[in-house]
Design a protein around this ligand. Structure first.
Ligand code: G6P
Length: 472
C-alpha cells in the first residue's frame, strides 16, 4: 500500500514543558488543519520538530509515544542545531533574503553546515519511515535541501515540495553564497509548488541563470528527469473559522469586548511578530490617520494582537522594542480618560477569542511588507459571513492576487494607508457587504482541502506522466 509522508520543520503539535509535565498544543498556522485529513489517514505520518529541546532519553520516549499515537514522528534538535539551523540559516539567512530584507541576512559558514546536517537528519528520519512506493511531501524553506537528499537515496520515489514564503527575484537569490546548492536541493522533487505565478517565475529565472536549465510551460528538463513547477495558492479551513465566529462563545466574547469599548470604531491588526509584517509602519499610519482626520480621535481604536515568534533572533527582539515604544508613545500622546487609541496584546489567543475579534472589527489591517500568502486576510473574510467589514490588504502579500475586492495598498506608502483607513471607516455598508461576499465565495471554494487535493493530484499525475515517458 502506498502511503503519504508529510515533512516540515515544525510539527502540527507543539510540545512544551510545564512545571511537572508536558503540554501538547496545536502549532500556529493553517497547514495542520489542511493536511489533517491526510496525515491522520491509515499508515500516513507527519515528520517534524516538536518545538522544544529534549536531551533526556526518557522524556524523548514519552514525547515520541504520545506523538506517534497521533500519526506524528518527532525529529529532535539539540541546542547547537536550533542555533545554526533554525535561528541561524533558516531565520537569519533564508527568511530575510526571500522576503527582500537582504540587509538583515547573515552569511555564516557554520550555520550553513548545520543546515546541511539537519536536512540530512530529516532525510534519515524520512528514509526510516518511508518505503519505496510512498509519496513524500516536503514543506518550506527550512528543508530546501531535503528533496535532493531523498532523491539520491530513493531515485524512484514520488517527492513533492511546497514553498510557503515568497521566492525572490534572481537579484536577491544570487547574493547567497550557497545559491546553487539550494536550487539543486529543491530540484530533487518531481513537483515544486509556490503560492503565486510571480514566485514561480522568479524560481524559473534563477534556475535558468544559475544552472542553465531552460523551461517550457513550467516544465524543467534536467539531464535525466523532468520537474514540474506550478502555482497553488493556499487556502484556509473556511468552515472552521465561519463556525467558530458564529459560535455562542465567540458572540459572548464579542459582547463583552464591545461593552468595554462603547462607541469605538474598531480597526484590527493580527500578526506573528515579524519585520516582514509591517507592524511599525502600520502604527505610524494609524497615527497619521489621527493627525489628518482629528474626527477619529476619541473614536477610532486599533486592537493589535502580536503573536510572539523567534524571540531568540536579534531582529525580532529589536522589533519588539520598537513596537513597545511606538505604542507607548502614540497612546501617551493621544489618549484621553475615556479613550485609548491602541489596545496592544503580545500573546496568542484561542480560536473563539480570535474570531470574536474578527467579528467585531470594522476594518482589518493586513499590510505586510512581504508575505508569501497571508492567511489572516482569509480568516477575517471567513469570520465575517453575513456581516460587514473592510479588508485593507498589502499588494505585496500573495493573497492580493486573489482578493482584489480588498482595498489594496502599498504598505510603505503611509499616506495611502492612512487614506485607506479613512475610506474604510466611511465605506457604505452595502459596498462592504458586496466586496466581502465576492471574497467569501472565493475563499470558501478555494479552501485548504481544495489546495491539498490539487497538489496531491498534480503530484500523482506528474509521476504517472514520467513513468509513461520512461517506457515510451
Ligand atoms: C511561516 C513559515 C512556516 C513557519 C511559521 C511559524 O508561516 O512559512 O514554515 O512554521 O512561519 O514560524 P516558526 O519559526 O515558529 O515555525
Amino acid at each position: 500500500m502506498s502511503r503519504t509522508i508529510i515533512v516540515s520543520n515544525r510539527l502540527p503539535t507543539k510540545v512544551q514543558r510545564t512545571d511537572d509535565d508536558l503540554a501538547f498544543t496545536p502549532s500556529e498556522g493553517g497547514l495542520a488543519t489542511g493536511l489533517g485529513s491526510i496525515y491522520r489517514a491509515e499508515g500516513n505520518v507527519w515528520i517534524g520538530w516538536p518545538g522544544l529541546v529534549a536531551d533526556d532519553e526518557t522524556e524523548r520516549q514519552q514525547i515520541t509515544t504520545k506523538l506517534q499515537a497521533d500519526s506524528m514522528q518527532p525529529v529532535f534538535l539539540n541546542d547547537d542545531e536550533i542555533k545554526g539551523f533554525y535561528e541561524g540559516f533558516s531565520n537569519e539567512t533564508l527568511w530575510p533574503t526571500f522576503h527582500y530584507f537582504s540587509q538583515y541576512a547573515v552569511y555564516n559558514e557554520q550555520h550553513w553546515e548545520t543546515y546541511v546536517a539537519v536536512n540530512q537528519k530529516f532525510c534519515d528520519a524520512v528514509l526510516e519511515a518511508a518505503g519505496d512506493d510512498d509519496t513524500i511531501w516536503v514543506h518550506d524553506y527550512q528543508l530546501l535541501l531535503l528533496p535532493q537528499m531523498l532523491r539520491k537515496a530513493r531515485p524512484h520515489s514520488t517527492i513533492g515540495f511546497f514553498l510557503h514564503i515568497p521566492f525572490p527575484s534572481y537579484e536577491l537569490l544570487r547574493a547567497l553564497p550557497w545559491r546553487t546548492q539550494l536550487l539543486e536541493g529543491m530540484l530533487g522533487a518531481d513537483l515544486i509548488g509556490f503560492h503565486t505565478f510571480g514566485y514561480m517565475r522568479h524560481f524559473l529565472s534563477s534556475v535558468s541563470q544559475l544552472l542553465g536549465y531552460p523551461s517550457q510551460n513550467g516544465r524543467l528538463e534536467l539531464k535525466n528527469r523532468t520537474v514540474l513547477i506550478d502555482a497553488f495558492p493556499m487556502g484556509i479551513d473556511y468552515e472552521r473559522y465561519a463556525n467558530a465566529a458564529a459560535s455562542e462563545v465567540a458572540q459572548e466574547h464579542e459582547q463583552n469586548y464591545l461593552a468595554a469599548l462603547p462607541n469605538a470604531r474598531i480597526i484590527l491588526s493580527i500578526d506573528r511578530l515579524d519585520y516582514t509584517k509591517g507592524i511599525a509602519q502600520r502604527l505610524r499610519a494609524f497615527e497619521l490617520l489621527l493627525q489628518r482626520y482629528p474626527e477619529w480621535q476619541g473614536r477610532a481604536t486599533l486592537i493589535m494582537l502580536v503573536v510572539p515568534s523567534r524571540d531568540q533572533v536579534a531582529q525580532y527582539q529589536e522589533l519588539k522594542e520598537e513596537i513597545d515604544e511606538l505604542v507607548g508613545r502614540i497612546n501617551a500622546d493621544y489618549r484621553t480618560i475615556t479613550w485609548n487609541p491602541i489596545h496592544y496584546f503580545y500573546r496568542s489567543l484561542p480560536l473563539e477569542e480570535l474570531t470574536a475579534l474578527y467579528r467585531m472589527a470594522e476594518v482589518a489591517l493586513v499590510t505586510p511588507i512581504r508575505d508569501g500568502m497571508n492567511l489572516v486576510s482569509k480568516e477575517f473574510i471567513a469570520s465575517k459571513a453575513d456581516r460587514s467589514g473592510v479588508l485593507i490588504l498589502s499588494e505585496r502579500a500573495g493573497a492580493a492576487r486573489e482578493l482584489s475586492d480588498a482595498l489594496l495598498i502599498n504598505p510603505s506608502d503611509m499616506n495611502q494607508l492612512a487614506e485607506a483607513m479613512h475610506e474604510a471607516l466611511e465605506m457604505p455598508e452595502e459596498e462592504q457587504k458586496m466586496r466581502l461576499a465576492n471574497m467569501q465565495a472565493l475563499v470558501q471554494h478555494y479552501n485548504v482541502y481544495h489546495w491539498t487535493e490539487l497538489f496531491m493530484n498534480r503530484l500523482a499525475y506528474t509521476k504517472i506522466k514520467q513513468m509513461t515517458l520512461a517506457t515510451e
